[in-house]
Ligand binder design. Structure first.
Ligand SMILES: *Cc1c(COP(=O)(O)O)cnc(C)c1O
Length: 378
C-alpha cells in the first residue's frame, strides 16, 4: 500500500467560502433537524432555477431512489429496467422492494443506456425504466419518455451526476415522472452526503413528503394543516439535516460559477489530450454539452489498467468504474443472466482522469504530459 499522497488527486471537493457562515446560522437557530429554513431555501432555489416539480432534499441519491420505489408501489413481480453500467443504487433501490431487475446494454462507445433496444426488454410486468445520465449527459430523453408513455411505464431519472443547465434545453430531472440527484462529496455540488427527489407530478407530492418523514404526515402537521400527526404509510428517515442543507445552499448559490469553472477545466483537458486522440491512443466522448467529469476510452483493458498504474507512479490518481451490474455477484445469484457486450466493453476500457472545480491548467498539462509519455513507451 502506497501511503504517499497523490500530487494530483482524483477529486478535490470545492468550497465557496460561505458554508461555515450558513452552518453557524443553523447552530444559533437551534433548529438542527430536517425540513427547516435552509432545506426549504435549497428546494425553492432548485425548483426556480431548473424548472423542477416539487424538490425534496434527502440524505442521499440512494434514499431518493428508494423513495421513488415506495412511491411507485414497487412490489415482488414488478420488472424495472436499468442500465448495467451504473452505480449499485440505481438497481438496489428497486430490488430492495422485491422488483426483478432487467438490465439494458449501453450504446456502443457511449455509457448511456441504449433505448433502441427497449422494446425487446419490456413485458406486461415492466413498471419503471431508470435512465442514468452518465457524467451529466442524457441520451434522447424525449424519445424515451414517448416510449414509456406509450407503454404505460414510469420513468425515474437517476440524475445523480446531472445537476446542470443546458442552454436552450430542458434541465435533466424535468423529463421523468421522478428524478433523483446526489450531493455526495464526489459530485460537483456537494454537502458531504445528500440528495434530492424531484416529483414532477403534483398528485404524488404529499405522499412523497410522508415517505420522507418515516411514513408519518408530520410535514402537513408542521404546516398547521392537521392537528396531530401519525403513521399513515410506508416510509423511512430520509430528511437531510439542516447542517447539510445550510452547506448545500452556499454551494447552490454559486452553481453558475462552479459550472463555468468545470467547463474550462474540460476544455483544457481536451486540448491536453488532443495529440493522443489524434494518434488513436484515446477516444474521447463525443457530446454537444460538457460532461461533468473527464473520461476517455483506451484500446483494451490491459492498456487501461497499465495507464492507471503509470499515472499512479507519477502521483496522479486516475480511476475506472463501474463493474457492470449484470456481472455482479448479487445479480448472478438472483436474476436472469444477460450478455451485454457494449456495457462490458465500456467497463473494460473506460478511464477517468482527475477532475475538480479548481483544477489548474498547469495540473492538466502535467496529467496530459504523463499520459503522452505512457503512450510513447507503451
Ligand atoms: C453517486 C451516484 C449515486 C449515489 O449517490 P448517493 O448520493 O451517494 O446515494 C447513484 N447513481 C449514480 C449514477 C451516481 O453517480
Amino acid at each position: 500500500m502506497d501511503h504517499q499522497p497523490y500530487k494530483i488527486p482524483f477529486n478535490k471537493p470545492y468550497l465557496t467560502g460561505n458554508e461555515l457562515t450558513n452552518i453557524h446560522a443553523v447552530v444559533e437557530s437551534g433548529k438542527w433537524g430536517g425540513n427547516g429554513r435552509f432545506t426549504q431555501l435549497c428546494e425553492q432555489f432548485l425548483e426556480e432555477k431548473f424548472g423542477f416539480g416539487k424538490c425534496l432534499l434527502t440524505t442521499s441519491c440512494t434514499s431518493a431512489l428508494e423513495m421513488a420505489a415506495i412511491l411507485l408501489d414497487i412490489k415482488k413481480g414488478d420488472e424495472v429496467i436499468v442500465p448495467s453500467f451504473t452505480f449499485v443504487s440505481t438497481a438496489n433501490a428497486f430490488a430492495s422492494r422485491g422488483a426483478t431487475i432487467v438490465f439494458a446494454d449501453c450504446i456502443q462507445g457511449n455509457p448511456n443506456m441504449d433505448i433502441t433496444n427497449l422494446k425487446s426488454l419490456i413485458t406486461k410486468q415492466t413498471k419503471v425504466i431508470v435512465p442514468v445520465h452518465y457524467a451529466g449527459i442524457s441520451y434522447n430523453m424525449p424519445a424515451l419518455i414517448d416510449f414509456a408513455n406509450e407503454h404505460g411505464i414510469y420513468v425515474v431519472e437517476d440524475a445523480a451526476q446531472a445537476l446542470a443547465f443546458y442552454e436552450g434545453e430542458k434541465a435533466l430531472g424535468t423529463y421523468g415522472h421522478l428524478a433523483a440527484f446526489s450531493f455526495h462529496e464526489t459530485k460537483h455540488i456537494s454537502c458531504g452526503e445528500g440528495g434530492m427527489l424531484v416529483v414532477n407530478n403534483n398528485k404524488w407530492i404529499s405522499r412523497a413528503e410522508i415517505i420522507r418523514e418515516k411514513g408519518t404526515n408530520r410535514s402537513a402537521f408542521l404546516r398547521d394543516e392537521i392537528e396531530e400527526y401519525s403513521w399513515v404509510d410506508l416510509g423511512s428517515s430520509y430528511l437531510l439535516s439542516e447542517f447539510s442543507a445550510a452547506f448545500l445552499l452556499a454551494q447552490l448559490h454559486q452553481i453558475d460559477d462552479i459550472m463555468m469553472k468545470r467547463k474550462i477545466v474540460y476544455t483544457y483537458y481536451v486540448d491536453a489530450l488532443k495529440s493522443m486522440v489524434n494518434d488513436g491512443f484515446l477516444t474521447l466522448p463525443n457530446h454537444s454539452c460538457t460532461p461533468q467529469f473527464m473520461y476517455a476510452f483506451c484500446k483494451d483493458r490491459s492498456e487501461r489498467d497499465s495507464l492507471i498504474d503509470f499515472l499512479k507512479v507519477h502521483k496522479i490518481q486516475a480511476s475506472f468504474h463501474y463493474l457492470p451490474l449484470h456481472l455482479s455477484t448479487f445479480v448472478k445469484n438472483n436474476f436472469k443472466q444477460a450478455t451485454l457486450p457494449n456495457a462490458s466493453k465500456i467497463a473494460d476500457t473506460i478511464i477517468r482522469f482527475p477532475f475538480y472545480t479548481e483544477m489548474t491548467q498547469a495540473e492538466i498539462s502535467e496529467v496530459g504530459g504523463v499520459i503522452s509519455n505512457f503512450f510513447k513507451k507503451y
